[in-house]
Design a protein. Structure first.
Length: 127
């Protein structure tokens, strides 16, 4: 997939991601440090191709919980949510703005999936 080092310089950053099958359907809201590894792990248990449809980086260790709470009305099971208006609009805002303020816009996603790399720790550090 061509992931490269983002050069974040600190393992304190993590990503909040939104993953969906290329056929549509439920959206997974999760967190990770290495998106490539996380996507590969999820893909082994899913019959259809998965893609990262949006993400933001954060230092807030409560960000994933906040996202789950915000979209609790769309909750299906585990970390999977119905792709309804409020969630889809939030995802669209990640692409086009810096809302909420902790979000870094996804400048490299072309709608077919993630084109930006995950954090990779420096030698001697664990991810």
């Amino acid at each position: 997939m061509g992931f490269k080092n983002m050069g974040l310089g600190s393992p304190k950053f993590e990503f909040i991601y939104f993953i969906q099958s290329n056929r549509g359907g439920p959206i997974k809201i999760g967190h990770c440090i290495n998106m490539e590894s996380r996507l590969k792990t999820l893909q082994t248990a899913h019959p259809y191709t998965l893609k990262v449809i949006a993400f933001f980086k954060t230092k807030d260790n409560e960000a994933e919980r906040k996202m789950h709470y915000r979209f609790r009305h769309l909750h299906l099971r585990g970390e999977w949510y119905r792709p309804e208006k409020s969630l889809l609009e939030f995802i669209d805002n990640i692409h086009g703005t810096n809302y909420p303020p902790t979000i870094q816009s996804c400048k490299h996603c072309d709608g077919t999936g993630l084109k930006i790399p995950a954090y990779k720790p420096k030698k001697g550090r664990k991810a």
